[in-house]
Design a protein around this ligand. Structure first.
Ligand SMILES: *[C@@H]1O[C@H](CO)[C@@H](O)[C@H](O)[C@H]1NC(C)=O
Ligand SMILES: *[C@@H]1O[C@H](CO)[C@@H](O)[C@H](O)[C@H]1NC(C)=O
Ligand SMILES: *[C@@H]1O[C@H](CO)[C@@H](O)[C@H](O)[C@H]1NC(C)=O
Ligand SMILES: *[C@@H]1O[C@H](CO)[C@@H](O)[C@H](O)[C@H]1NC(C)=O
Ligand SMILES: *[C@@H]1O[C@H](CO)[C@@H](O)[C@H](O)[C@H]1NC(C)=O
Ligand SMILES: *[C@@H]1O[C@H](CO)[C@@H](O)[C@H](O)[C@H]1NC(C)=O
Ligand SMILES: *[C@@H]1O[C@H](CO)[C@@H](O)[C@H](O)[C@H]1NC(C)=O
Length: 228
């Protein structure tokens, strides 16, 4: 019992000493000794309802630090850490939850705030619609591909594919209008499959149109081909 109390006493004295020391350090070396923490996330572009992890870290790996996360003035949580960043998991469901976030690092009465961190909420693209127009001439087919995603925050990048190979560069659209890509194919032609992809700033998220198949031309007409 006494031993236990002694230990308690010892620890409280010890910690208040380290605190006092830290306070002194804090006052003496206002900026350099105890710099501001860093607040970060793997991405700052999210969709509504997305779960995100925010990391609050400090340069000094040897101090026991109390990290607190705030959105505006709202306190969202507190964690203690040493060496490792504190991880705060949250879900962004409302527009006002995009920020600004701030993290506080505290050692005893010495505390510093990180810079603001804001999320950008982006509506995900929906599966785009691909439509194809073909102008057939004697020797060629002039093909025009159109691709449009009716939903999803702008800008949207569209890419056209034949089978699984990209045949167009990324075409950026800053308005809700379809991307267009023209190509010419010789007759007779193989069966061709086209598809398009829509992607906006949301990382790791793209939507694809259905595959549109164009039947082969002149396949049953080999003799006329060889006569040309
Ligand atoms: C986010 O996390 C909550 C629980 O923390 C879970 O119920 C929900 O399904 C998650 N949402 C997504 C989009 O992963
Ligand atoms: C961490 O902080 C302590 C106490 O202020 C200081 O003695 C030490 O030098 C710091 N370490 C680094 C790597 O800055
Ligand atoms: C936070 O989220 C990460 C990734 O989803 C998960 O691995 C971790 O266990 C979560 N931590 C807490 C405290 O919920
Ligand atoms: C975060 O958003 C707030 C409010 O919209 C704004 O005042 C602040 O400048 C933004 N900070 C950053 C780093 O973008
Ligand atoms: C194909 O898309 C273009 C551009 O959006 C549009 O003008 C045209 O009417 C569409 N055609 C069909 C058949 O849907
Ligand atoms: C596009 O968004 C509107 C409104 O949010 C919704 O009603 C509609 O179903 C969406 N369209 C698609 C193709 O998801
Ligand atoms: C869209 O494509 C352009 C050109 O390739 C690229 O610079 C830009 O980062 C892309 N944007 C998105 C949101 O993927």
């Amino acid at each position: 019992m006494w031993r236990h109390l002694n230990r308690l006493l010892f620890w409280s004295i010890f910690s208040s000493v380290t605190c006092r020391k830290a306070v002194l350090d804090c006052e003496a070396m206002k900026t350099n000794e105890f710099p501001s923490p860093c607040l970060d996330s793997k991405t700052n572009v999210v969709m509504k309802g997305q779960n995100v992890s925010m990391f609050c870290s400090h340069k000094n790996k040897s101090l026991q630090i109390t990290y607190s996360l705030f959105r505006h003035k709202t306190h969202l949580g507190t964690q203690n850490g040493k060496g490792e960043p504190a991880i705060f998991n949250l879900s962004i469901t409302e527009a006002h939850e995009s920020g600004p976030y701030k993290c506080k690092a505290q050692v005893c009465s010495c505390s510093k705030y990180s810079r603001d961190f804001n999320f950008t909420i982006v509506e995900p693209v929906t599966a785009p619609v691909l439509n194809i127009t073909v102008i057939q001439t004697e020797t060629d087919r002039h093909i025009t591909l159109h691709c449009l995603s009716v939903n999803g925050s702008l800008p949207i990048n569209y890419t056209f594919f034949e089978k699984h190979i990209a045949i167009s560069p990324a075409i950026s659209k800053y308005d809700r209008e379809s991307a267009e890509f023209k190509l010419t194919r010789k007759n007779p032609g193989e069966e061709e499959e086209y598809r398009c992809e829509a992607k906006n700033r949301l990382p790791d998220y793209a939507a694809y149109s259905q595959t549109v198949t164009m039947p082969s031309t002149g396949k049953s007409d080999q003799s006329s081909f060889s006569q040309v």
